[in-house]
Design a protein around this ligand. Structure first.
Ligand code: RTP
Length: 133
């Protein structure tokens, strides 16, 4: 069944010129890019998006990082888009992400891990509303 996932190339990925390479990986996987926008996100959106991490020691650092430059926000669509996106993105910590995944190939540090992908269909829908309202 076709579904939508929200994917966001974070400021480090945009700054390093990885948009083309990353979009290519989603296309090769078979997920269709149905909407995309390069944009700055403000503090309010960042704090809402990462609200579940508000109690973490790294929360302020995370909000500063994600608002430090433009992100490339995308909606991708296809069969099990959420699960398939997360499998090509790889685990949160790039040091533990296998080669061949986006974080495994392009990241070093858990604090700046190149890309975000929604972790459930419900969160995908919330994130699409938040970032593309
Ligand atoms: P994301 O939402 O960005 O796809 O990441 P995730 O589900 O894989 O991981 P989550 O636990 O929700 O963490 C969100 C983001 O917070 C940053 N982080 N920093 N400094 C740290 O120890 C640390 N841990 C997590 C990462 O940018 C992570 O993607």
């Amino acid at each position: 069944m076709s579904e939508k996932a929200f994917v966001m190339i974070k400021p480090d990925g945009v700054e390093r010129g990885l948009i083309g390479d990353i979009v290519h990986r989603f296309e090769k996987k078979g997920l269709k890019l149905v909407r995309a926008e390069l944009k700055f996100i403000d503090r309010e959106i960042a704090e809402t998006h990462y609200g579940h991490l508000r109690h973490k020691a790294f929360f302020e650092e995370l909000v500063e990082y994600i608002t430090s430059g433009p992100v490339f926000a995308m909606i991708v669509e296809g069969t099990k888009a959420v699960q398939n996106s997360r499998s090509i993105i790889g685990p949160t910590n790039p040091a533990e992400a296998p080669p061949g995944t986006i974080r495994g190939d392009f990241g070093l540090d858990v604090a700046a891990n190149v890309i975000h992908g929604s972790d459930s269909v419900d969160n995908a829908s919330r994130e699409i509303d938040l970032f593309f309202k």
